[in-house]
Design a protein around this ligand. Structure first.
Ligand code: UDP
Length: 448
């Protein structure tokens, strides 16, 4: 078929979550700037098209047979992903078939979120090159690769043995077996099934990771060796390709509130786009925050359980609450001195990029990995373990913003910030990785 367009097209397949959509769309922006046309294929919920005005020129198409949000709520994340990958295969093939007709065989490559591995069947059928993007850390990717190879029965038996659990995982120092990200997302067997499927289905010629080599050097080296295909650390994508793509409306009034606060006095609190806390925990947290006497900006998302009235009154006197914040602007604001976070990877990268020390309150396995890096590897934060109780909250906020140790944490955070910012400048590691990736894409294109 004749070519209708001189620009080659890249098809992006994001997973339906804010933390996945944001880096994928940022990658789309970068590739758009490098001269590719972009098509985004989405499912039925957390749709990219809700923010399509931010991506002029992008084509956005929906796979008709993709699962609805109610299925996500009914099944939970692991079962949802396992099912989604079964049900979307045929429909995605049809979709690529239509795009091939529409764009005159002009698709250079399919880049899919690692959890959207149904994309491989279409890539194979239409002989298109595929690339995986991993929107979490390289360490998490290394753990998943490791988990895809374990014997499930033996692994489960080892989980009962405290000695085995305390052992450091071979070549993944400093991680111990008990820190591998298998907890809290569903039954461990099913998490292992998903890790195995992700790796088994993969035919991609490269992996992109939203990370920076100065943050995760050893995990990246391990992956390079283990995967046997090029690994491109292109992050942090939110600074290489602004503006970001929020799926929700940002409440900008908090910036005016921040403008009235003293430099580095405010603790910003957000648990990302999915998690919420139990009312008791929220109340203890609110009381601890008020006792700390530091001003705070708190994201309490729509649909979260309401605070008891007396707590709510106290909170609104001492702090500022929004349903959704412009997080990157907040973290870059001079009044912000600390970030209380669930340690999602995007939030972690955004905080590191602005040199903001963190209080880590991770919920899931992957977030726990990030917390280990924040507290013990980069040493730019503290982790709260066990019960969230008002005294613990007050002490943590003081340690992060007021006590002597806060100065050295901030200093390390600022050094890391400079390294990360340097990585995206001309000649930096992420800048070079992007250049190499684009060259590689052109080479693969020519040979396909
Ligand atoms: N975020 C935001 N405003 C908020 C809370 C979160 O813009 O009020 C963004 C945040 O900047 C980040 C994303 O939502 O890019 C959350 O991603 P992360 O990986 O940290 O956590 P997840 O939502 O995947 O658990």
């Amino acid at each position: 078929m004749e070519k209708m367009n001189t620009k080659r097209r890249i098809v992006l397949v994001p997973a339906p979550g804010q933390g996945h959509v944001t880096p994928m769309m940022q990658l789309g922006k970068l590739l758009d700037l490098k001269g590719f046309s972009i098509t985004v294929v989405q499912g039925h919920f957390n749709q990219v098209s809700s923010s399509s005005q931010k991506f002029p020129g992008f084509q956005i198409v929906t796979i008709p047979e993709s699962l609805q949000e109610s299925e996500f709520e009914r099944l939970g994340p692991i079962e949802f992903l396992l099912k989604l990958n079964k049900t979307s295969k045929a429909s995605f093939k049809d979709c690529i078939g239509h795009l091939m007709v529409q764009h005159g065989n002009d698709i250079a490559c399919i880049i899919y979120d690692e959890f959207m591995y149904f994309s491989e069947a279409a890539a194979k059928e239409f002989k298109l090159p595929s690339v995986v993007i991993n929107t979490s850390s390289a360490t998490n990717q290394a753990c998943r690769t490791f988990l895809s190879k374990v014997n499930a029965e033996k692994f489960l038996a080892n989980m009962e043995d405290p000695q085995a659990q305390d052992k450091v995982v071979e070549n993944l120092h400093p991680l111990r077996y008990k820190e591998l990200p298998v907890s809290d997302m569903g039954p461990v067997e099913r998490v292992l099934d998903l890790c195995k499927d992700v790796v088994k289905e993969r035919r991609a010629f490269a992996v992109i990771i939203n990370t920076v080599s100065c943050l995760e050097n050893s995990s990246l080296a391990w992956l390079d060796q283990e995967l046997g295909i090029p690994v491109y650390p292109l992050g942090p994508l939110h600074i290489t390709a602004p503006p970001p793509s929020s799926l929700r409306e940002e409440d900008m009034s908090c910036i005016e509130w921040l403008n009235k606060q003293k430099p580095r006095s405010v603790i910003y609190i957000s648990l990302g786009s999915v998690l919420s806390m139990k009312t008791k925990e929220v109340s203890e947290m609110a009381l601890g925050l008020c006792d700390s006497n530091q001003p705070f900006l708190w994201v309490i998302r729509q649909g979260s359980e309401p605070l008891p009235e007396e707590v709510s009154k106290m909170v609104s006197e001492k702090g500022y609450i929004v349903k959704w914040a412009p997080q990157m602007e907040v973290l870059a604001h001079p009044a912000v001195g600390g970030f209380w976070s669930h340690c999602g990877w995007n939030s972690t990268l955004e905080s590191v990029t602005e040199g903001v020390p963190m209080i880590c309150r991770p919920f899931h396995g992957e977030q726990k990995l990030n917390a280990i890096y924040i507290e013990s590897v980069w040493k730019i934060g503290i982790q709260i373990e066990g019960e969230v109780e008002r005294g613990v909250v007050e002490r943590a906020v003081k340690r992060l913003l007021v006590d002597e140790e806060s100065a050295s944490m901030r200093e390390r955070a600022l050094v890391l910030k400079e390294k990360v910012k340097a990585s995206v400048r001309n000649g930096g590691s992420s800048y070079n990785a992007l250049d190499e990736f684009v060259k590689y894409l052109e080479k693969v294109e020519l040979s396909s």
